[in-house]
Design a protein around this ligand. Structure first.
Ligand code: NAD
Length: 327
C-alpha cells in the first residue's frame, strides 16, 4: 500500500492519480481538510481525514504502508510564507511524526517533499543567478521559517536512514505549477496568480496587471507532470542525498507575464508593487546531479505548461464557486 500524505492538495492530488495509473491498486490518501475541499478525488482510494501533526493520526495513516509520500505541509506562495513563518515551521510536527510512524510500521520507503527554499540566500541575490547545486544548501541560510523547517526535516530524514535503516528520499522541488494548483485566496504562486490576473483583466475590461516587485526577479517553473515523474523515479532510485527536482528554464516574472498575455491574446499595462513579498532575487535549478543519477530531468517547456494551466484556471473561473473543483 502506498500512502500519500497531503493528498487533498495540489501535488498530492495529482500523485494519487499518477500512482493509480501506474498500477498501484492500494493507495491511501490522507489530508486534514474536509473531503469536499480536496482538489482532486480518485475512485478506489482509501481516503482519510486526519491531522498529521498528531502522532496518533500518523500511526493510523502509516499502518500497512510500504511506501509513504509525505507532501503534507502548511504552505503557499511568497505572500503566505513571508507572513506565516511560525505556521510553516509547525509542519515539522508532520514530518517528525510521519517518520516515527513509518519506522514503527516497517515502511520500506519514505519520500519527503523539500524545497528550493532550503538554499542559502546569499547565493540568490542576482537576477542573473548561477543555478543552485545541491551542495549550495550549506552553510545554511535558508528562507526564514519555511526553508528552515524543510532543511531541518531533510536532516531528520537523513538520520532516520542512517540510524534506523528507513530508506528516505528527499526532493527539493522548485516552483511547481499546473491545473488543480491554488490560484486565489492568498496561497497561490506566481504562475497561477499571473494567469488569474490576466483572465480577470480580460473579463473586467480593465487592462492592467499588478506585479509583485519590479518583475526582473527570476525563477524557474516546473510543470506538474515533470514533478510526478521525477518524484516516482527518485522514490524508486538509490539516491540518498537531497536532490533538485526543478526546471532549469530561467525566466523573469516579466517574461512569465509576457507568456500569459500571449496565451490570453491581450497586452496589459503593468503596475509594479515594489513593497510586495518577492522572495530571493534569482533562483534556478542546476540539473547536473539529477541527469547523472536518474538519467532524466524535467523538460516540459514553460509556454506549453502555462497554456494548459491558463486554460484550466479560465475554466474554473467560468464555473460557479459551488461546483468548482468537483469531479
Ligand atoms: P498544497 O498546500 O496544495 O498541499 C499540501 C496539503 O497538505 C494540503 O492539502 C493541506 O491541507 C495538507 N496539510 C497541511 N497540514 C496538514 C496536516 N496537519 N495534516 C494533514 N494534511 C495537512 O501544497 P503543494 O503545492 O501540493 O505542495 C506539496 C508539498 O510540496 C509541500 O510539502 C510543499 O512544501 C512542497 N513543495 C511544493 C512546491 C510547489 O511549488 N508547489 C515547491 C516546493 C516544495
Amino acid at each position: 500500500m502506498a500512502l500519500v500524505a497531503g493528498a487533498g492538495g495540489f501535488i498530492g492530488g495529482h500523485l494519487v492519480g499518477h500512482l493509480r495509473r501506474m498500477g498501484w491498486s492500494n493507495v491511501r490518501a490522507v489530508d486534514f481538510k474536509p473531503k469536499a475541499e480536496w482538489y482532486q478525488r480518485h475512485a478506489g482510494v482509501d481516503e482519510r481525514v486526519l491531522d498529521l501533526r498528531e502522532a496518533v493520526a500518523c500511526r493510523e495513516a502509516a499502518q500497512g504502508a510500504t511506501q509513504i509520500y509525505n507532501l503534507a505541509a502548511d504552505m503557499g506562495g511568497m505572500g503566505f510564507i513571508e507572513t506565516h513563518k511560525a505556521e510553516c515551521m509547525l509542519s515539522v510536527l508532520i514530518n517528525t511524526h510521519m517518520l516515527m510512524a513509518a519506522k514503527e510500521a516497517g515502511t520500506q520507503r519514505f519520500f519527503f517533499s523539500s524545497s528550493a527554499c532550503v538554499y542559502n540566500g546569499d547565493k540568490q541575490v542576482d537576477a542573473d543567478v548561477t543555478a543552485l547545486k545541491e551542495e549550495d544548501a550549506y552553510p545554511a541560510m535558508p528562507e526564514d521559517g519555511y526553508g528552515w523547517e524543510k532543511l531541518f526535516s531533510e536532516r531528520m530524514c537523513r538520520h532516520f536512514r542512517e540510524d534506523y535503516g528507513l530508506i528516505t528520499r528527499m526532493a527539493r522541488y522548485h516552483n511547481v505549477y499546473g491545473p488543480w494548483g491554488t490560484y486565489d485566496g492568498g496561497r497561490e504562486k506566481a504562475p497561477a496568480a499571473i494567469c488569474r490576473k490576466v483572465i480577470e483583466a480580460r473579463q473586467s475590461g480593465r487592462h492592467e496587471i499588478e506585479i509583485w516587485g519590479d518583475g526582473e526577479q527570476t525563477r524557474s517553473f516546473m510543470y506538474i507532470d515533470d514533478c510526478l515523474e521525477g518524484s516516482v523515479k527518485l522514490m524508486e532510485s538509490g539516491v540518498e542525498e537531497p536532490i533538485n527536482i526543478g526546471s532549469d528554464e530561467l525566466v523573469s516574472i516579466n517574461r512569465l507575464v509576457d507568456i500569459a498575455e500571449k496565451i490570453g491574446g491581450i497586452k496589459l499595462k503593468r503596475r509594479y508593487k515594489l513593497d510586495a513579498p518577492k522572495g530571493v532575487r534569482g533562483r534556478n535549478s542546476d540539473n547536473t546531479m539529477i541527469k547523472q543519477v536518474l538519467d532524466w530531468a524535467p523538460s516540459i517547456k514553460l509556454e506549453d505548461g502555462l497554456e494548459r494551466t491558463y486554460r484550466w484556471i479560465h475554466d474554473q473561473m467560468q464555473t460557479p464557486v459551488a461546483v468548482r473543483r468537483a469531479i
